[in-house]
Design a protein around this ligand. Structure first.
Ligand code: PEP
Length: 254
């Protein structure tokens, strides 16, 4: 169960789905409908091209909208990228350092550091994703990897307290595989992350929402949310099904 002052947060990472605008609008409307009255903070992260449509579809519902990535610079010759002010014009959140961005698009810890600071500077809530790969876990390097990634993610922030930072613990081996982490593993990762934040900024550590992500499904959600350091979830596949996503949202405040 989330700690004092930490409102549970459930974010849906739609990745490169749905394939058309009508589908994006319909999914957003279905989530609004299915989550009515839920007390958790809810965020939908569609592809950038559908941000405006999804923002329009959820207007007035209390549901937030987030981008899945962005560039750290406010403007410039960065073909294909979107800037912090562009995101801030339509959304309130941004996922940064997702393992797919790191693994497939070469995003580094240094990039994540700059992007987190840029997000905060532009009034966005950064959802910084961290997590170890299968190989790193097998090699006993989970702690080392999380330490490096978390320290990098906050390194360019003047302070964590008051920044609104959210950290998502997403073990790479659990993402999109159906091989979800156990609640105990999710808690161990989240506790490690909070401990790392606590070393530099106890107030910031106490405030920061830490989400678990990796094959979260409705039947697993309550187990994660019962853990003291897990304050919500970052949901991929199940966020494309409004009923499944709503069941996860409801478990967050049960
Ligand atoms: C994700 O992509 O952030 C994610 C957690 O995906 P899934 O829930 O499908 O594992």
């Amino acid at each position: 169960m989330t700690g004092p002052g930490r409102r549970p947060l459930v974010a849906g990472n739609w990745k490169m789905n749905p394939s058309d605008r009508d589908g994006a609008r319909a999914l957003a409307r279905a989530v609004v409908e299915a989550t009515q009255g839920a007390e958790a903070e809810i965020v939908l992260c569609p592809p950038a091209i559908w941000l405006e449509d999804v923002a329009e579809a959820v207007r007035g519902s209390g549901i937030g909208v987030g981008a899945q990535t962005m560039h750290a610079q406010a403007s410039g010759a960065f073909t294909g990228e979107i800037s912090p002010p562009m995101v801030a014009g339509v959304a309130g959140y941004v996922i940064l350092g997702h393992s797919e961005r790191r693994r497939l698009f070469g995003e580094t810890d240094a990039d994540v550091s700059e992007k987190v600071a840029a997000a905060v500077a532009h009034g966005l809530v950064p959802i910084a994703a961290v997590g170890e790969s299968t190989e790193e876990r097998r090699a006993g390097e989970t702690e080392e990897v999380l330490t490096r990634q978390v320290r990098a993610a906050v390194s360019a922030l003047p302070q964590v307290a008051g920044s609104g930072l959210v950290v998502a613990y997403e073990p790479v081996w659990a993402i999109g595989t159906g091989d979800a982490a156990s609640s105990a593993d999710a808690q161990a990762g989240a506790a490690l992350i909070r401990g790392l934040l606590d070393a530099g900024d106890p107030t910031g550590a106490a405030e920061t929402r830490i989400l678990y992500g990796g094959s979260v499904a409705p039947e697993l959600a309550a187990g994660y949310f019962a853990e003291p350091d897990v304050d919500g979830a970052l949901v991929g596949g199940a966020s494309l099904d409004a009923a499944a996503f709503a069941a996860i949202v409801r478990a967050a405040v049960a």
